[in-house]
Design a protein around this ligand. Structure first.
Ligand code: BF8
Length: 672
């Protein structure tokens, strides 16, 4: 390890102000001692552009960038701000917003495409690294892709050959990215009234790629200049993400690698082990990491590690690759987005294997200070620094690639310096929930439906459902918003579904155990957690698995008693520390699926009040969902709870909360 002094930026981050989480604070202190700069230091030295942050800087042509700052004291009367071409603040903000949706939808969907290609290779039996694992899920999703699962032989219905179904599912799925006619097939999985709205508005995606390309065209200089029309296209592209690329990614991953079921694991930097080879997988696409897990657990590799003086191999994950490995294999989580540099700064990371998305370029600079092998694996995500090793993923040679990577990490164990500091903090977590397991846990084996969940919402033990998801953002104190928002929600009997870095945060702070119910929840939710044995915060996986939340909400609608569509449910969404363009795409498909969605931090349209107002008020009249921004965590949570209470009132179940002990007559009166 070489010690370096920080050349730029005289200020260092205050560890306590930078993070709400102790092991991260410890690693920030260590980084300062070692003279290693991290994102936390850069955040205190570089302020964001105040115009860009409000969405009112246009750099879509070489006559600009045209910057349209809000006048001091706001706008009175007509908003006369214009770019050189005459583009208004609304047009500029809407175009910028649309491009964020396009990038976010592209990221999720391209991930889904890669999985579909691996799925195709597995279906054709072209690779020995993958096979169709969950045939039950394959049979469940096939009809949604118009693939028959049965065939009639001599007048008797029989199940079709699994290989044939898999091949047709692979073909139908891949077709969703570029078919020349029709609409996205998975839209039909949504509640009918929601489909009716999409049909009426004409926002049904035609295929996944087309909607993203069309945003890029429409936002070129001099094309779409009507913010309402631009938002329609945002809706198409975002629905192509949530009900398309992301949902296909989730489904195909489940079929290939197994549908998650609840399991126990651990979370935080303390999962790394001093006497083990530590391999961290980081990114989003689980296709190579799945094979790395299998190889690292093989006896051959464990024996090899012992020959190098290690007691074993410890795998850990960062970001959504972590969530994928956690939910299917119980691989512990090393940290969330803002902890990626910290995992290397422990000095105990023998290899960090990265794929796509949310991988900081500074990892290479941090890795240079240690023995860590930083290995990029994806053809579309390489790094320029010369200490980075590139081993390109190919589904046909995945086993060989994974073996090479694991061996490199083992060989590197002996190069570890003496100065190792692994924080001791880690927490137990129960993760791996999904549409199927919620049905099982809250419905029981006999009923196997969402009836019990609905019943507990109707009787008021559960006040409502919140989806709290998304990133960390170095502009706010790491993890603080996430935890304060979640704690306020569960304290008020709102059950939380989580994905992405929010899920990791909840795990690290001890909210993913059934015992958390007794400590942090209101009496109703605490009772459910104790009776059913679930945590008050259910971890549903990675960010593409937000599609699981859409389907869970649809199941709640189907189970009855809580309205006819997602917008009727006592439910709300939140991304308290968002930073990624993917979050904007997710938010847009939640809003246009009927969910009131609150973001923390900043919102990239605040400099264009008319357009901003359209997103935060007018969209509700069309889709039943709308955007909101709340920067204070308690206000943020209460905006969601108030929305939930509003929906309870509209459903006529607000009285039930006041009288939890009801007799049969009360119930009949309520139902009547
Ligand atoms: O897709 S929550 S920081 S890791 S973008 Fe990235 Fe945000 Fe984390 Fe997963 Ni999602």
């Amino acid at each position: 390890m070489t010690e370096k002094t920080i050349e730029k930026g005289p200020k260092l981050a205050d560890p306590i102000e930078a993070s709400y989480e102790v092991s991260t604070q410890e690693m920030i202190v260590r980084s300062h001692k070692l003279g290693i700069e991290t994102i936390f230091d850069r955040a205190v030295n570089m302020k964001p552009c105040n115009i860009g942050i409000q969405g009112i800087c246009c750099k879509n042509c070489a006559m600009g960038p045209c910057r349209l700052p809000l006048p001091k004291g706001g706008i009175e009367g007509e908003d006369t701000r214009k770019g050189l071409c005459g583009a208004t603040a609304n047009t500029i903000a809407a175009r910028n917003f649309a491009r964020m949706v396009a990038v976010g939808a592209a990221a999720h969907s391209d991930h889904g495409r890669c999985v579909a290609e691996v799925f195709m290779a597995a279906a054709k039996k072209e690779t020995n690294a993958y096979r169709i694992k969950d045939t039950q899920k394959l049979i469940a999703i096939a009809p949604h892709l118009n693939v028959a699962t049965t065939v009639e032989v001599d007048g008797v219905k029989q199940q079709r050959d699994i290989d044939e179904i898999a091949l047709e599912v692979a073909e139908a799925a891949l077709n969703e990215w570029g078919k020349s006619s029709g609409e996205l097939l998975y839209l039909k999985r949504a509640p009918q009234p929601l489909q009716d709205i999409w049909n009426k508005e004409g926002v049904n995606p035609r295929n996944i790629d087309r909607e993203i390309v069309e945003i890029m065209h429409r936002t070129h200089m001099g094309v779409d200049q009507d913010y309402k029309n631009l938002i329609k296209q945002c809706t198409r592209a975002s629905l192509a993400d949530g009900w398309g690329g992301s949902m296909l990614a989730t489904d195909l991953q489940d079929v290939l690698f197994g549908t998650p079921t609840p399991l126990q694991s651990e979370a935080n930097l303390g999962i790394m082990k001093k006497d083990h080879v530590n391999i961290i997988v980081h990114g989003h696409e689980p296709v190579l990491s799945e094979v790395i897990v299998a190889v690292a657990q093989s006896q051959e590799m464990l024996d090899y590690a012992k020959t190098k003086g290690a007691k074993g191999i410890q795998l850990g994950g960062i970001c959504c690759t972590a969530n994928e490995m956690l939910q299917r294999h119980g691989i512990p989580t090393a940290g969330n987005f803002l902890q990626q540099e910290m995992a290397i700064i422990t000095g105990a990371c023998d290899a960090m294997v990265v794929d796509i998305q949310c991988v900081m370029q500074n990892l290479a600079n941090v890795a240079k200070c240690f023995h860590t092998h930083l290995i990029t694996t994806h053809p579309i995500a390489r790094m320029e620094q010369d200490n980075v090793i590139h081993i390109e993923f190919n589904e046909h040679y995945a086993l060989e690639d994974a073996t090479r990577i694991v061996k490199m990490a083992i060989d590197n164990f002996q190069n570890r310096g003496a100065d190792v500091m692994i924080p001791q903090h880690k927490a137990t977590q129960i993760a791996g929930f999904g549409v199927e397991s919620i049905e099982y846990h809250l419905g029981g084996t006999f009923r196997g439906t969402y009836y019990t969940l609905n019943d507990n919402i109707i009787n008021g033990r559960i006040r409502g459902i919140a989806g709290v998801v998304g990133c960390n953002n170095a502009r706010s104190r790491h993890n603080e918003m996430h935890i304060k928002v979640i704690k306020e929600l569960i304290k008020n009997d709102v059950i939380v579904l989580t994905t992405g870095c929010d899920g990791i945060t909840a795990a690290i702070h001890g909210l993913l155990t059934p015992e958390a119910g007794q400590v942090y929840c209101g009496p109703g939710l605490a009772e459910i957690c104790e009776t059913v044995g679930i945590p008050p915060v259910l971890h549903l996986g990675s960010c593409v698995d937000n599609s699981r939340i859409l389907l869970a909400a649809t199941e709640v609608v189907k189970a009855g008693g809580l309205g006819k569509t997602i917008a009727d449910l006592p439910a709300a969404g939140s991304a308290p520390e968002w930073m990624s363009e993917k979050a904007i795409s997710i938010g847009q498909y939640f809003v246009t699926s009927g969910v009131y969605t609150v973001f923390g931090g900043t919102f990239p349209t605040s400099g264009a009040p008319v357009f901003h107002n359209y997103l935060s008020k007018e969209l509700e009249k069309i889709y039943g969902g709308m955007w909101d921004l709340k920067t204070d965590p308690i206000e943020h949570a209460w905006a969601m709870i108030n929305h939930i209470d509003k929906k309870r009132k509209e459903l006529g179940i607000d009285k039930a909360r006041e009288r939890v002990l009801m007799d049969m007559a009360d119930r009949q009166a309520l139902e009547g």
